[in-house]
Design a binder for this molecule. Sequence first.
Ligand code: DQA
Length: 147
Amino acid sequence: LRILLLNGPNLNMLGIREPATYGAETLQDIVHTLEAQAQQLGVTLTSFQSNAEHVLIDTIQQSYQQQDFIIINPGAFTHTSIALRDALLSVNIPFIEVHLSNVHARESFRQHSYLSDIAKGVICGLGAKGYHYALDAAVSFLQPHNQ
Ligand code: DQA
C-alpha cells in the first residue's frame, strides 16, 4: 500500500512557527515518526512539502494510479483553494485532511475548508498526533479485514 503525506505552505516552518499553536516538533520530526509507523504497518510512505499551490497540484496529479491514499495538511490553502479540491477530485484518491490546530476554535476564516466535504475524514486540534491517527485510519480504510 502506498500512502502520500502532503504538507502545504508554511509547514516547513514547524518548530519555529507559532509554537503555542502548532507545537515544538519540526516537520522533519513528524515525518521521521510517521516513517517508522509506516514501516511497522508495512506500508510505503512518501512525504512531500511545498509552499506552492501549483506544485502541490502537480504532485497530486502525478499520484494518479501511483498512490492509494493521501494524508494532507493543506495549510492555508484549505481555506482558499478550489484548485486543490479539483486536483483531489480529479485523481479520485481517498484522503484525510489533517490540521495541527483546532481550526474551529480560531479565526472564522479558518472554519471553512474547500476539502472537508470530499475527505474520508478530518482530524484537527490534536497536534502532530493527528498525522499518526490519520496513518492508522488510512491503513484501516485500505485493509478493512486486517485491522
Ligand atoms: C493548519 C491550519 C491552517 O488554518 C493554517 O493556515 C496552517 C496550518 C494547521 O495545521 O493547523 O497553515 O493547517
